[in-house]
Design a protein around this ligand. Structure first.
Ligand code: SAM
Length: 277
């Protein structure tokens, strides 16, 4: 990283984004990855792991609200929620806005990410101080192998599906997630960009379809992840996730009931982009 410019090195993207750097806030090697936080005049603080941007203060709410509130509003009574990855705490913050949630387990393989985010992104990592939160330092796929019928929702908020996060996107991991869910549980994972990763999105949709009865795709427009047209793959045992079951009365900046309904890919686009690839 030059003192004035950060060029993202994302092995999963065919494009490189660059940021003008106002200040280098923190640079450390954790046990698992290189962690950098810098400040940009436009995006505020930016978290980078192994050269890939994970969040910016400017637009993190879009991603975290959509990952959390779509399944949380589609489920009739979510009480037990599992987040895999998510060490910055943004998804956790949104999950804990729901009073129905009694337990939020965050399974993060690298708790040094949590420590850094509590220090440098306190407004994002606020949920780690909540008594409903349990933080477990472990690989998400391993954790799922031991869990049985415990969770209403499983949210995968991982890094790109290369390296350690790869194991979270296999059919065997989806089967483990199915077993870890209660009878009306739902699973959702961030699944990259429709522009750049159509094949990956199709593969995840097919893999989930081998395990769950109901599989859908919704998207959100993000400024800072390569490809921007970001996808979330959602799978459900019983309830249609497109249907809003509990009205939204929470403070949100992007998520709303009509946003929920319009976020799902229309059938013709789904067939063209995902099924026919
Ligand atoms: N929203 C972000 C994105 O899409 O770029 C992800 C943010 S969050 C910081 C991602 C976290 O997933 C990282 O802290 C990383 O340590 C964690 N992670 C990656 N693979 C994992 C695995 N197999 N089990 C548990 N945590 C994992």
């Amino acid at each position: 990283m030059s003192p004035l410019f950060f060029r993202e090195e994302d092995p999963f993207a065919p494009i490189e984004y660059g940021y003008r750097v106002e200040e280098l806030v923190c640079r450390r090697k954790t046990k698992h990855q290189e962690l950098v936080i810098f400040k940009s005049a436009y995006f505020g603080r930016v978290l980078v792991l192994d050269g890939v941007v994970q969040l910016t203060e400017k637009d993190e709410y879009l991603y975290h609200e959509m990952l959390a509130h779509v399944p949380l509003h589609a489920h009739p009574l979510p009480t037990d929620v599992l987040i895999i990855g998510g060490g910055d705490g943004g998804t956790l913050r949104e999950v804990l806005k729901h009073e129905t949630v009694k337990r939020a387990v965050v399974v993060e393989m690298d708790t040094e990410v949590v420590q850094a985010c509590r220090e440098f992104f306190p407004a994002v990592a606020v949920g780690f101080a909540d008594p409903r939160t349990q933080l477990v330092e472990m690989d998400g796929a391993e954790y799922l192998a031991r869990a049985r019928g415990e969770f209403d929702l499983i949210l995968v908020d991982s890094t790109d599906p290369v390296g350690p996060a790869q194991s979270l996107f296999t059919t065997s991991c989806f089967s483990r997630a199915f077993s870890a869910l209660k009878a009306d549980g739902m699973f959702v994972a961030q699944t990259e960009s429709l522009h750049f990763h159509g094949d990956f999105v199709s593969r995840v949709q097919r893999g989930l379809g081998e395990v769950f009865g109901l599989v859908k795709l919704y998207t959100a427009p993000l400024a800072t992840y390569a490809g921007n047209w970001w996808t979330f793959s959602i799978a459900s045992k019983r309830h249609d996730p497109e249907h809003v079951r509990r009205s939204c009365q929470l403070p949100t900046r992007y998520y709303a009931e009509d946003v929920h309904r319009h976020a799902f890919l229309p059938g013709s686009l789904y067939r063209r982009l995902v099924e026919e690839g």
